[in-house]
Design a protein around this ligand. Sequence first.
Ligand code: PLP
Length: 435
Amino acid sequence: MTSLYQREAQSISTLAHLRFYPLALTGGTGARLIADDGRELLDFAASWGAASLGHSDPRIRAAVDRALSNQAGASYLSSANAATVQLAEKLLSLVPSRAAGRIWFGHSGSDANETVARTVVAATGRPRIISFSGAYHGGTTGSAAVSGHPSQVIPKAPGLTLVPYPNSYAEGDQAAEKALAELDRLLEGPVPPREVAAFFIEPIQSDGGMLVPPAGFFTEIERRCRKYGILIVSDEVKVGLGRTGQLHAFSHHSIEPDIVVFGKGLGGGLPISAVAGPEAIMNFAPAFAFQTLHGNPVCAAAALAVLKAIETGQLAENAAKVGAHLLSRLQTLKQGHPLIGDVRGQGLAIGVELVTDRATRKPAKRETAMTAYRAFEYGLVLFYVGVNSNVLEFTPPLTLTHEEADRGVEMLDMALTDVEQGKVDPSQASAFAGW
Ligand code: PLP
């Protein structure tokens, strides 16, 4: 444990900590991080996908520098500023026409999803919301209230109904059919569809375990939503903006959400989120959902630089290419490691599910924590997710190279071997077990 980590323990609350090992950073460039002890680490997490262009990206630095050299206030609450207007115009040009009404800006995926949840209910007069079991839409009271992740002990919204997210690894080919049957059962009985304002979806359920839904599943969801006038809210916070190999993760499913939520990678490491939606919803009432620093022009300038870099640097294409390479390397790794039960993902949103037994698929929670810990010791930053905390999550910078992908796989290979051979002390990891 480094001295920085120990000093932190004496000064900073643990309330916001979700730690897997004693990671303490002093700097970074691209996908390379510098640890407090001087070690170079390869970043396969990108701060949960937030550092979408990697670290110290010159395009973001230049944009932030310009914005701070002639600062147009600090907020859009009580004044317009050019950066947020420009960013709103840009986002409106990128979303499907249904969502291309108005843009709201916040700081985080949490405040954005909370705002959507409050606004759709107020604007439509419909009291209910549907979301998926295992979904993580945020950590504020209002966003957790419409989430289904078991790690959250915050009370749920009174009008919330959770439906199963199809898990093809656990349930095989029937997964989508079973989830849809349960949805239909609810809509035909206890959850009158005309009372449902919105259905929150994740095109890949990331914190729930990097679950990639079967083809056609979301088309069926869309069909039901259109039939009953239920708004589709696509939470693109973690896997949107290029990460899956397309600009929007929902595009893989050929659906058109009514509301699109952006966060994390939008600011490339600076705090900004955005919601795109129909005017009738987004202009429901003034002064309805705001915080002082919302619409901050410095963060908006960073987001504009990120969107430009994604476009001009063809970063969605890079995520598709390098992601396919990484996925195939991980699939090969599976052959030599009995701990690996499943490898899945799209682009640079990848999950590796660890199990104690491939036949029973019993989650290898302890071994997952140990693998992440050992990988860190080898120099790889990798976190894990899942309702059973047994899915290693890969959300590296969109700029990741083939060589970096290969280097990360080599470190993971060594970490898995050590865990499988009993060379890792479980107490090291259990002291940090995050979720
Ligand atoms: N939505 C999704 C899909 C997420 O993965 C997260 C965070 O993990 C959030 C929303 C909340 O974002 P934030 O933690 O930035 O508030």
